[in-house]
Design a protein around this ligand. Structure first.
Ligand code: 2PG
Ligand code: MG
Length: 414
């Protein structure tokens, strides 16, 4: 068993040109180094209020090189639960505000990478053990709005899900065509204003519904069948729209009650091939979320609403039917896995997700594959912090070959 010999932190930069923290963990036998693992903390822009707290990057780097290094040294790097427990103890706060969730998640993930490297297996394989795995079904952003495009439109993520694709690689082929078609359509109309934080087009829509019409148009332009080949997933990130008990659609200059918004979402779901809707109501509006989930025939995802908390999923009482898993919302791998376990026990679906502030770190792809989480959300089909993750998925799919479980897209959304 390899033991942790050394840990250090360093400041690196993310996709928004902001500081973030990288952890590097050296493991070995005796005093002989065997392997190194590295991971970088991502950062959100539309964050849930109950997310674990970060500390500034110099403090995170300092914490990693001092308290965390001293606390984890000599632990077996294969014992992820023990490592994460120690991190939580060293932090000693309910919200991770002492060590910082950014420092903790970088270290927690770097330990997993170091263990995989010491065992000479890919991270997904270390996590899966002998279980057979498949690639997850991607939700890929085509238009970006909300907090990722200075509120250009109210809906944050207009995404596609290639529900009819037979493999991860085919889903990416189709996505490339839809992404290109969507850009051409916007450019022709003079409605293309660049790309938003996750690489989706920054659109000049006049209404939020226009985004749905444009998605349908782009799917058709790509020669694919909306609803059969390709469905739509939305992230409303509605906490961002919630003020004084109502929902403010700034683009349309309208203020809606929860009941009115509920009716609007149901009309959209009836009129368009929507297969998933995330945070359709604010994180504090549980009653609206519950009423909506009861009425909604498709996947209702809690992101800000659950903040990857196993307890919140266990206490959901009918709110949402799926959970977004973001390791940096809780701070450690073990807690993220506990949330996935809670979701499975409750019969909820799950999606591993990146953040709007990302880097070349591809750990989340391995988590989705290794833990058997059947969906993955990474942002759009542009910018290398996104493409690095899609490309990693391609490598894993290729390496699995015929050993893979059947690709789950058609079954998930049948
Ligand atoms: C979300 C994510 C990714 P952020 O809301 O699901 O789209 O955004 O990382 O800004 O929270
Ligand atoms: Mg979200």
């Amino acid at each position: 068993m390899a033991k942790i010999l050394d840990i250090r932190g360093r400041q690196v930069w993310d996709s928004r040109g902001r500081r973030t923290v990288e952890a590097e963990v050296v493991v070995g036998r005796g005093t002989t180094p065997l392997a190194t693992g590295r991971a970088i903390a991502p950062a959100g822009a539309s964050t849930g209020s109950a997310e674990a707290k970060t500390v500034d990057v110099p403090t995170a780097v300092h914490n990693i090189g001092t308290r965390i290094r001293d606390g984890l040294r000599a632990l077996s790097v294969s014992d992820q639960a023990r490592i994460d427990e120690r991190l939580i103890d060293l932090d000693g706060t309910p919200d991770r505000s002492r060590l910082g969730a950014n420092a903790m998640v970088a270290v927690s993930l770097a330990c997993a990478h170091a263990d995989a490297a010491a065992q000479k297996v890919p991270l997904w394989k270390k996590l899966a053990g002998d279980r057979r795995v498949s690639l997850p079904v991607p939700q890929i952003q085509i238009f970006g709005g909300g907090a990722h495009a200075r509120g250009r439109c109210d809906v944050q993520d207009y995404m596609i899900v290639c529900t009819g694709a037979g493999s991860f690689a085919e889903a990416l082929e189709w996505t490339a065509q839809v992404y290109a078609a969507a850009g051409q359509r916007l450019a022709r109309r003079g409605a293309l204003q660049g790309v938003a934080d996750e690489g989706g087009y920054w659109p000049a829509f006049k209404s939020n519904e226009e985004g749905l019409l444009e998605l349908i148009g782009a799917i058709s332009d790509a020669g694919l069948e909306p609803g059969t080949d390709v469905g739509i997933a939305l992230d409303i990130a509605a906490t961002q729209l919630y003020r004084g008990g109502n929902y403010h659609l700034a683009l349309e200059n309208r203020i809606l009650s929860a009941e009115q918004l509920h009716a609007m979402w149901l009309r959209w779901i009836e009129s368009y091939p929507i297969v998933s809707i995330e945070d359709p109501f604010a994180e504090t509006d549980s009653a609206a979320m519950r009423a909506f989930t009861k009425a909604c025939p498709v996947q209702v995802v809690g992101d800000d609403f659950f903040v990857t908390s196993a307890d919140k999923v266990r206490n959901a009482a009918g709110a949402c039917n799926a959970v977004l898993l973001k390791p940096n919302q809780v701070g450690t791998l073990t807690e993220t896995l506990a949330c996935w376990d809670a979701a499975r026990t409750a019969g909820y679906k799950a999606i591993v997700s990146a953040r709007s502030g990302e880097t070349e770190d591809v750990s989340i792809v391995h988590l989705a594959v290794g833990w058997g989480v059947p969906q993955l959300k990474v942002g759009s089909f542009a910018r290398s912090e996104r493409m690095a993750k899609w490309n990693e998925g391609l490598r894993i799919e290729e390496s699995l070959g015929a050993k893979a479980l059947p690709y789950p897209a058609r079954k998930l959304f049948e």
